[in-house]
Write a protein that binds this ligand. Sequence first.
Ligand SMILES: [Zn+2]
Ligand SMILES: [Zn+2]
Ligand SMILES: [Zn+2]
Length: 428
Amino acid sequence: MQEFNNCLRKAEIGSDEIGLAYANRSACFFKMGMLQECLMDIEMAKKFNYPSHLMHALNARVSKCKRLLDEGQINANLCKVREPVLSFNEHEEYPGVADCLEIRQNDKFGRHIITTCDLQIGQTILVEEPFSIARDSRVDCDRCLGCFKYAQNFIACNNCVGRCLHCNEDCMTNSFHHIVCNSLIAEEYEEKIELIVKTIFSAIVAFSDIDRLMHTVELLLDGKGTSDLTNAHLILHFVHVVVNQVSLNEYVKLETGSRMDFGFFLPYAHGMYPFGCYMNHSCLPNVCSMSVDNRLICKVIRPIKKGQQIFRSYLNPSNLNYINPLTDRKLDVEKQLHMKCECNLCSGDAWTMLHDKSLKQSPFWKDATAAANMTEKAFRALSNETKEYYENRTIKFLEMYDRFHPLNDTLCVQWALIVMWNVLATHF
Ligand SMILES: [Zn+2]
Ligand SMILES: [Zn+2]
Ligand SMILES: [Zn+2]
């Protein structure tokens, strides 16, 4: 599918290749059980000069699709994905935020987030849309550059060199594509510049006119803040764009047929999240960040008491899988985050605990690590009940032994849970 998307980006405008790319991509959608998408791509192929002597093959695929749809096989694969939902009511002021979270400020932590009730492992406390977002420079084209959904009926812009792919005109407008279309930014891709440009444009749109925007900037520079989180936040971000951006990562298998916990995470986009960006960093976080299309999701990975601060890790989630020797790791953290970390791990307090004890004798150990030992394919094939069983046993293990965290064993089970959640939330 990636190859056909690439073909769409690079094919000469008006050539047969465009029709062929749509037609071949429709075959991928068919194989994946995404029948509606398959039919849409066949329509596009016909619109874009698909050779008439090959048309019988496309028509046969249309009939097969329609027959399967009549039998009720509607996007079988898509139904299995777990859509992220808040475990609490939505906050009155902040969209996508659980109503138990509040922003606080003090000298030590600056602005930070606390919870007003006890939180349990597995609860979802953030499902936030970005204020602005830009793709990672390493990502090719298998996500829409507007909504960052995966495997959609992407269309190519008709004006660009190395054309960008979007789901439709709406996504193209939302991603401010007309601003970067055929510009240097699109050719010599630099995500930080794009993120700044998009943040500024989003700001202008949010303020309706440039005078109001400038007035707010002046107030802020004078230290007279505004209570509006979105507006105040974005001004701060103009200045701190590099530090405050949140990376969206996707789970990648090491190789086909390898165990699920042998995977790693790669960034595909970087965004500005009005609320999420106020969560401080810890190398021993109590929530994990996940990404579903353009949204930032935070799920609780350690029990959190009422009044405690929420910490997520700013490092690539793969760092939660293993802990390097203390000095290497501290250097690594400083290099990646441009800051010194004072968490329990970096200050050395928790470091000595890592090898203290083995929990492999626990009656919960086998179930808690069972899913992680499977291949992704085998895990996906399980019934929903079995998947939930393994998820719950993993959570139970982490709740029971939280007082020992961080042991290598608790870190390993935490990693298993994070990988499991990521696989459950994505199609492929
Ligand atoms: Zn889109
Ligand atoms: Zn364009
Ligand atoms: Zn740290």
